[in-house]
Design a protein around this ligand. Structure first.
Ligand code: AMP
Ligand code: ZN
Ligand code: FE
Ligand code: FE
Length: 284
C-alpha cells in the first residue's frame, strides 16, 4: 500500500493564509495529500469549514493551531493538535493572544504611516479574511497594495522584520504553560520551525529541553527554513530527548513560496501523536 502523505502545518484565511479552509482542503486533495493539519495562528476559526471540506474531498483534517509564545523575550511558535476547543484555560489563552494582535498591528501601521509609508488601518483590515487573526502578513499585503513593496517577502525583509524600528512586540503565551494547557485539553504539542534563524532570534536548545520536561511531544525538523546542518542538529537533539520528529510545509497559499506537501510527517510518528492525544483526552 502507498504510504499516506501527511502535512501537519498549514494556514488558511482564518489567519494569514490566502486560501479559505475549504479551498485549502481542495488544494490538499489536488496535491495528493491524505492528511493535513489546519494550524492557523492562535485560531480554531477554520476548523468547521475545513472538516466539512475534508469529508467531501476525502482528506483527513487534523484540528490544530499555531500558538504564539514568548520565552525570555524571544518569540516562538508551538503547534498544537487534537485539543478540545472548549477547554476553558486554553480557549481563554487563544483569545488573549488574538486580542493582543490588533493594538500591536495598529501601532505598527501608525509607525509606518508616520514615517511616510502610505498605509492606514483600513488598508490592513481590507486584507483580512472572515474572522482572521491579524498579523504582519496582512500589513505586508497592505504595503503591497499601496505599492510600497512588491511582495510580502520584501515587506518582511526590512519594514516588518523583527529588528525593524516599525516592529512592535505583543503579549504571547509562556511556552511551558502552553504545553501544559494543550495537554490538559487532551492535545499534543510540536515546537514549530525551532531553528528558523532568518525570521529573528531563536531560543537555545536548553529552552526546548525544558519544554520537553513540561510535556512537549515533538519538534518540527523538516521545514524549508531549516538547512541541512540545522536538521542534523535538531534530529540529534530530538533523539537525545526522546522527542518525536515531524516535517511539514507551513503552507500559506500564495502568501509564501512554501508548497503544500513539500515536507511531510512519517505515518508512524503521526500515529504516535494521535495515540498520545487519545491518552491525554482520557486523562483530561
Ligand atoms: P506575526 O505573528 O504578526 O508576528 O507575523 C508572523 C507571521 O508572518 C509568521 O507566522 C509567518 O507566517 C509570516 N512571515 C514571517 N516571515 C515571512 C516572510 N518573509 N514572508 C511572508 N510571511 C512571513
Ligand atoms: Zn503565518
Ligand atoms: Fe510559525
Ligand atoms: Fe505557520
Amino acid at each position: 500500500m502507498r504510504r499516506p502523505r501527511i502535512d501537519l502545518h498549514t494556514h488558511s484565511t482564518a489567519s494569514d493564509g490566502t486560501e479559505s479552509p475549504a479551498q485549502l482542503v481542495r488544494t490538499a486533495a489536488e496535491t495528493g495529500l491524505d492528511t493535513i493539519a489546519l494550524t492557523d495562528h492562535d485560531s480554531i476559526g477554520g476548523w468547521a469549514e475545513a472538516r466539512a471540506a475534508g469529508e467531501r474531498e476525502g482528506v483527513a483534517v487534523v484540528p490544530g493551531a499555531e500558538l504564539s509564545c514568548v520565552a525570555g523575550g524571544i518569540s516562538l511558535h508551538l503547534l498544537a493538535y487534537l485539543f478540545d476547543p472548549e477547554a476553558p484555560a486554553l480557549r481563554a489563552e487563544l483569545e488573549r493572544n488574538r486580542d493582543a494582535r490588533t493594538p500591536r498591528a495598529r501601532e505598527m501601521v501608525r509607525r509606518l504611516a508616520a514615517a511616510g509609508h502610505p498605509i492606514s488601518w483600513e488598508d490592513v483590515t481590507a486584507q483580512l479574511g472572515p474572522g482572521a487573526t491579524v498579523g504582519r502578513p496582512h500589513i505586508a499585503d497592505a504595503l503591497v497594495a499601496a505599492g510600497v513593496v512588491p511582495t510580502r517577502n520584501a515587506a518582511f525583509a526590512h519594514l516588518l522584520h523583527a529588528d525593524s524600528p516599525f516592529h512592535v512586540g505583543r503579549y504571547a503565551t509562556d511556552p511551558a504553560d502552553a504545553v501544559r494547557m494543550v495537554r490538559a485539553a487532551g492535545g499534543v504539542t510540536v515546537f514549530a520551525h525551532p531553528a528558523a534563524v532568518l525570521r529573528g532570534r531563536t531560543v537555545p536548545f536548553d529552552v526546548i529541553a525544558e519544554l520537553a520536561d513540561a510535556g512537549l511531544d515533538g519538534i518540527e525538523v523538516d521545514h524549508r527554513d531549516h538547512d541541512a546542518d540545522a536538521r542534523t542538529r535538531l534530529r540529534a537533539f530530538a533523539a537525545s530527548r526522546g522527542l518525536l520528529v515531524t516535517g511539514a510545509s507551513d503552507y500559506h497559499g500564495d502568501g509564501r513560496e512554501n508548497r503544500l506537501g513539500e515536507h511531510t510527517t512519517d505515518p508512524d510518528v503521526f500515529a504516535e501523536l494521535t495515540a498520545r492525544a487519545e491518552r491525554a483526552a482520557a486523562l483530561s
